[in-house]
Design a protein around this ligand. Sequence first.
Ligand SMILES: Cc1ncc(COP(=O)(O)O)c(C=O)c1O
Length: 469
Amino acid sequence: MARSEGSICKLCLVCSVIANLFFGVNLYRGRRGLWGRNWSIDEVSIQGLSWSGRAAAEAESAAARECSGHGRAYLDGVVVDGRPACECNNCYGGPDCSLFLPSCFADADEGDPLFLEPFWKQHAESSAVMVAGWHRMSYSFSDQTTLSQELESLLRKLHSLVGNAITDGKYILFGAGSTQLLSAAVHALSPHNSSLPASVVASIPYYSLYREQTEFFNSADCSFQGDPARWKNTTNTTGDIIEFVTAPNNPNGQLNEAVLHGPNIKTIYDRAYYWPHFTGIPSPADEDLTIFTISKLTGHAGSRFGWAFIRNEEVYQRMNMYLELNTMGVSRDTQLRALKLLKVIIKDGGREIFEFGYKTMTKRWDRLRKTLSMSNRFSLQKVPPENCTYFQKVREPTPAYAWVKCEWEEDRNCIEILNAAKILGRGGSIFHDDDRYVRLSLIKSDDDFDVLISHLEGLVSGEDGAKIM
Ligand SMILES: Cc1ncc(COP(=O)(O)O)c(C=O)c1O
């Protein structure tokens, strides 16, 4: 009797193991498993994951929409027929973005970094974020700060892997994009309670936000004064000067250096583009105040995340005060997203993303150069080759923007010429430079770039005296 009970127990155990194996494997690998494709929201939640299955199914269902390769559907997009509608790339339309709109404008205006979207599609699984309904509801982390320590250490590690910044001995702050940090930095470096406001300067051509922010916030402590050149040879300047140094520069891709030096000069280094996608990395930045952004590193401009390294404690405290009063730190959801993205990058020391970014930008520059080499009307900026300690070679820079010059005497307003050929860009005067220049964004989607090249080819081939291919 005892023997037969023992046998029954063993049989039950074996059956239970087999059943668990069957259902376990089926949960992940089965025809309708989580790793399969053909499952519905209800089925997933039934099959095991308690609260994330439904969310995962919803996310996959939106992301699975192909939109003919010329758009994408987002979870929070407008819902049509019960599912998020396709949002089409410029020049494509129709419910599934399959309709090419031949008379559309090529839009090379904004610096939207969608050139990295295909990279993230290739890393859909590792980069996806699942957020519980109760994720970090508190105003602060458990150490009473507003910064994720894990994210901070990943950022420091990333810079050490890429070799583009020395972070030891520096404070770190997070901002809602570098946009917020730029403003916090000007605030922190301006004298307080002084009758003499600081002069904020940036070398022409400069990123227009520096001027726009300083003028808009209209602080009694600082005012925008344009190009630093007029102070260059002056030894006894009265009052503080805050110089923005953008390296590589937006719009022309040059690795700018500070023009002004001295005891009353404070410098803000904007290194949004100091990544191997765009430039060689000759040496690590080791400055008193350096600002980076995820927007041009991973391409996630929409997440609004930037960070600053600050040497001086007082400057750090003042910037921190600004950020706390302004937004009480960066959204914890954004910090989680940034953490997830950085983990993907760091896994192989950045190799895959930087090679992808560099290759994509190189191909685009090759096509652009080839197109404009037929022209005697338009020319491109020249940026000298740089040694890249990351790729361990001397390489041509592949800036985010083309800084195009209209060479013909009569073409004084270059953006008008391009607009007439259905090309949108940003005129030189927006960067406080001559309107003979236009900035064309090269970091948008493949579709945007293809349409840009096609419109440029049309413009160049209609030129008097254009060279024949
Ligand atoms: C030089 C430079 N700095 C800062 C920014 C702002 O970036 P973010 O998206 O981090 O606010 C940009 C955006 O194009 C930029 O070109």
